[in-house]
Write a protein that binds this ligand. Structure first.
Ligand code: HEM
Length: 513
């Protein structure tokens, strides 16, 4: 860069000022990074001896691998799991594993023991959520996922009834309507080709987003299509914010242009929801229970005494917690059904027995085998592979005491694939869930070894919603179609906030074809 000061025109002055601003900006960011690194390394080294009982870890930064699935080079999340196997018993996992420091120098330790996991999850005061969750605040404020202490306790109590029978029955129509719309689109596409059509992760994700937006905001005056569009733009950004957070607090304030664009969109979304709340309050439609058109926003308003900002936070929390998770469950299930045509056939027979029309809410309990399939998918491939907590009190696992201040990864993925709790854990076998079936009943050795929706007071509030939606979507698709892998199996587990099947492409063929 040329820094000579030519002041003959106003343009030159402006240009020189801009160049100086870039240099000063870059200098400040570099200073932040260096400062952050020095603080993190110092913190890490000072506390290192408190972890002397931990076995040496493999690699420098094992957890970076979890976020990198590169075909042919890295197995993504599965690579990390391989590192945690017990070398003496390869079908089991080590109970305590050193993951290394995070970017702020705190020690991260993987805990793979059901009893210790249960102990941590049972006490959110002693073992609260880790600071990673703060990264979501920018997007969803202080809703159920991100709040803690008294606020969380109050909100959890108020919101639990929202996921009871009557609401689930009321939102069923949004699930069937949108699933049937996707089936119709696939039928139209398939009609133009002799060998069916394809479906990928994006189609399922668009569907579950639409269901969540309808369920939460169907009665809104603003255009739900706009919300779906805006959410798709914003959706990838928790990882962006998380990345910045991982690099230390200072980075949260670096105004990167793409981040700013997303922040503006989030503000616009919040403004529209606030206006809608004002409209509904003014119209006096606060208590609308029992109305055909009610949505989750009505339910939130009916709870009473909840400030408008809190209602917006909770509504956006449902979108962030309920859309990608369910989309990944449906996508992984279709993947496993493609790999196991015999299981797919059994699911189709069960659906056919219900008369070849969209499944009603009351008929859901009859899809027993499909529920076993969903559970088996979540066992082998948990959508949320681990959750992290900050130890405010020491925790002893397998004779090793982890000190206060440690971040623990409670590793659902490991315990659900460990031979101590699951016979032949790598075999995909939905029948293991069918209690009482002679010769196939395999009760779990440990009741805490299946945690797809976590456990304890902070377990998933939307788990019944998710199971219902997955059942509706899969039954709608498999009533008309069969699914198979489209070419070579290139699917890999890729971790963002949840685990997605990267490279998923499935061929969809009409069943009567
Ligand atoms: C297959 C789908 C789903 C899976 C696998 C899943 C999994 C989980 C897990 C593991 C947690 C605990 C997170 C933690 O402690 O860090 C959680 C919490 C939560 N989930 Fe889900 N979830 C799913 C669907 C949904 C849906 C559909 C909704 C809402 C409509 C939802 C709303 C929430 C909320 C609000 C929390 C926070 C609860 C609290 O802290 O009190 N989830 N979920």
């Amino acid at each position: 860069m040329d820094f000579s000061l030519k002041t003959d025109t106003a343009g030159d002055i402006l240009w020189t000022t801009a160049k100086c601003a870039v240099v000063i900006g870059a200098g400040s960011v570099s200073a932040c990074v260096v400062g952050q690194c020095v603080c993190s390394v110092t913190r890490y080294l000072m506390r290192n001896r408190e972890y002397k009982d931990l076995a040496p870890r493999k690699g420098v930064m094992p957890f970076v691998r979890a976020f990198a699935a590169r075909e042919g080079k890295d197995k993504g999340l599965d690579g990390l799991l391989e590192d945690w196997r017990d070398p003496e018993h390869p079908d089991q996992f080590l109970e305590v594993v050193d993951v290394g420091p995070d970017f702020e120098g705190r020690r991260v330790v993987g805990v793979n023991q059901p009893a210790a996991i249960a102990e941590v999850l049972a006490d959110p005061d002693k073992y609260p959520k880790s600071p990673f969750y703060e990264t979501l605040v920018e997007m969803v404020g202080h809703g159920l996922v991100t709040s803690s202490g008294a606020l969380w306790q109050r909100q959890r109590k108020l919101l639990t009834p929202l996921f009871h029978f009557s609401t689930l029955k009321a939102v069923h129509k949004f699930m069937t309507r949108n699933a049937d719309r996707l089936v119709q689109q696939l039928q139209d596409k398939a009609a133009k080709s002799t060998d069916g059509t394809t479906i990928g992760k994006h189609d399922i994700s668009a569907l579950t987003l639409r269901v969540m937006c309808d369920a939460a905001f169907a009665r809104c005056e603003f255009d739900v299509d706009w919300l779906v569009w805006a959410w798709e733009k914003v959706n990838g950004y928790p990882m962006f914010w998380m990345g910045r957070h991982l690099l230390g607090h200072a980075w949260m304030y670096v105004p990167l242009p793409s981040g700013l664009g997303v922040q503006i969109l989030v503000k616009r979304m919040r403004r529209r929801i606030i206006n809608e709340i004002a409209r509904r309050r003014a119209a006096g439609s606060v208590d609308v229970r029992g109305e055909e058109a009610k949505d989750l926003l009505d339910e939130l308003l009916a709870v009473g005494n909840m400030p408008d900002k809190q209602i917006v936070d909770e509504a956006l929390t449902f979108l962030v917690a309920g859309h990608e998770t369910t989309s990944n469950l449906v996508s992984w299930t279709l993947y496993f059904l493609s790999k196991h045509p015999d299981v797919q056939g059994k699911v189709q027979s069960e659906i056919d027995d219900l008369g070849g029309r969209p499944i009603t809410f009351d008929e859901l309990p009859k899809l027993e085998y499909l529920r076993c399939v969903l559970k088996e998918v979540m066992r082998v491939r948990p959508i949320v592979p681990f959750v992290d907590r900050l130890l405010k009190e020491p925790l002893t696992v397998n004779g090793i005491t982890l000190p206060k201040g440690t971040i623990v990864w409670l590793n659902f993925m490991a315990v659900q694939n460990d031979a101590r709790y699951w016979p032949a854990p790598s075999v995909f076998r939905p029948e293991r869930w069918m209690e009482g079936t002679e010769g196939t009943s395999q009760p779990m050795a440990h009741s805490d070894a299946f945690l797809p929706f976590s456990a304890g007071p902070r377990n998933c509030i939307g788990q019944k919603f998710a199971m219902q939606e997955a059942q509706v979507i899969i039954s709608s698709l498999l009533r008309s179609f069969s699914v198979s892998l489209d070419g070579k199996d290139r699917v890999m587990p890729l971790l963002s906030l949840t685990v997605a099947p990267a490279n998923l492409a499935l061929r969809v063929t009409k069943r009567d074809a």
